[in-house]
Design a protein around this ligand. Structure first.
Ligand SMILES: Nc1ncnc2c1ncn2[C@@H]1O[C@H](COP(=O)(O)OP(=O)(O)OP(=O)(O)O)[C@@H](O)[C@H]1O
Length: 241
């Protein structure tokens, strides 16, 4: 579904993403890990179109989208979240969902459709509440609902890029958020790329793990194979996952 062919992003002489080759089949849950500054977010920016690659290509369903702006790639099925939460404090949960559905082109957005959308991320009980009052975990769920809102106007996103979905989320909320992500992947069949530092979350969700280090793809494989890889272990010596 997604293929990165020698993907690179340089600023001057600095190689921030360096010659990454990676193929992601439809339906896979791929976790991208690596030390701080390894280039994980930059890689997501190249896939979603926030940054334009300086060389190499991004292929979506075999089509070269490297030069497409973010909104064209979104129409092609790519959706992403960012490291920091982006919800509007003074809008209710339901209003967020409705706004996102309308922005995606849905003409008629019924209360029942909004409830069903919120139920997919286990947030329907907070529909009438202001986003300001939500816990970090619930804000993350709301972002996921907004990501899925285009399903009210059509098929919705097929490739979800989740940048540290557990960032700022309290420990007691992570297992439910993991269940929501698992449901989007296994239940709805969406392909997921997730940057995540918590290895317990990664091991619980990912089919495959890609390890980045200094902009390069160091290894990609099953979680067990990657964790046992000597090159990966060397890269992490003295650095937090
Ligand atoms: N727009 C930019 N201009 C200059 N340097 C940048 C820019 N974006 C990223 N960088 C640098 O590129 C490197 C990779 O950053 P990136 O945010 O992609 O890493 P990361 O693996 O996501 O890190 P983290 O885990 O801390 O989020 C860092 O050294 C960062 O300072």
């Amino acid at each position: 579904m997604l293929e990165l062919a020698g993907l690179s992003w340089r600023i001057g002489a600095v190689r921030i993403v360096d010659d990454v080759h990676l193929a992601v089949p439809e339906g896979e849950f791929l976790a991208v890990i690596g030390p701080n500054g390894a280039g994980k977010t930059s890689l997501f920016n190249l896939v979603s179109g926030v940054h334009r690659a300086t060389s190499g290509a991004v292929l979506l369903d075999g089509r070269d989208v490297t030069r497409q702006p973010p909104h064209r790639r979104a129409r092609g099925g790519i959706a992403r979240t960012f490291q920091s939460s982006s919800v509007f404090a003074t809008m209710t949960v339901a209003e967020h969902a409705e706004l996102a559905a309308r922005a995606a082109g849905a003409r008629r957005v019924t209360a029942a459709a909004v409830t069903r959308l919120l139920a997919r991320v286990r947030l329907e009980h907070r529909a009438g509440d202001l986003a300001a009052g939500l816990s970090h975990g619930d804000k993350r769920k709301l972002e996921l609902a907004m990501l899925l809102a285009p399903t009210l106007a059509g098929d919705g996103p097929r490739l979800l890029l989740l940048d540290e979905p557990m960032a700022g989320v309290a420990a007691e909320e992570t297992s439910e958020l993991s269940s929501v992500l698992r449901e989007l992947h296994q239940g709805e069949g969406r392909t997921v790329l997730m940057v995540e530092h918590h290895m317990d979350i990664v091991l619980g969700l990912a089919d495959r793990v890609a390890v980045m280090h200094h902009g390069r793809l160091l290894a990609a494989g099953t979680p067990a194979a990657v964790m046992a890889d000597a090159t990966v272990q060397d890269a992490y010596v003295g650095e937090a996952l």
